[in-house]
Unconditional design. Sequence first.
Length: 199
Amino acid sequence: MRIIVVGASGDIGQAACAELGQRHDLIRVGRSSGDFQLDMSDPLEVSKMFDRVQNVDAVVVTAGDAHFARLEEQTPESICFGLQQKVMGQINLVLAGLTRINDGGSFTLTSGVLDRDPIEMGVAAATANGALAGFVVGSSIEMPRQMRINVVSPGLLDVSVARYGQWFCGHEPVASERVGRAYAKSVEGRLTGQVLIVE
């Protein structure tokens, strides 16, 4: 298969690429690195990327930011930052890809652990994760041309502990290889409308 991986250089993106790259042709996309550069929060940029990348069988998105701060420090704007970047960025790729990827293709999005196992300062990310799950479940019954859509929801990756572990007290790190296999399950399997939890 020919697969676009958005966020390929991040920890989750590298885990997905390590697994999928063994069997498939990957087009790596990042904000400032990869085969193509993309601000996925900009629908016009997303559309232009699909115009340049043809004959795609699957789209995997492992990118998306949210603002980490205590609840009383959050503002409508800071919450909306996560909704615009993490949620709408991924949704932009789905909406633009519906008419551009091949019949029977798939979309695999990425949320995370914080909407089911919260941490302090993680409310914006938790909100975004819950919204992505809702979008995937709701859109799965309307996907055209035998397409599928899922979202992978991993815990803190083992390779991310050095940078983010102090925020995730008591969380058991998840092996990167297990996270990579969740993306393979979504792309290569037949599931749709699922939240694939890896913890």
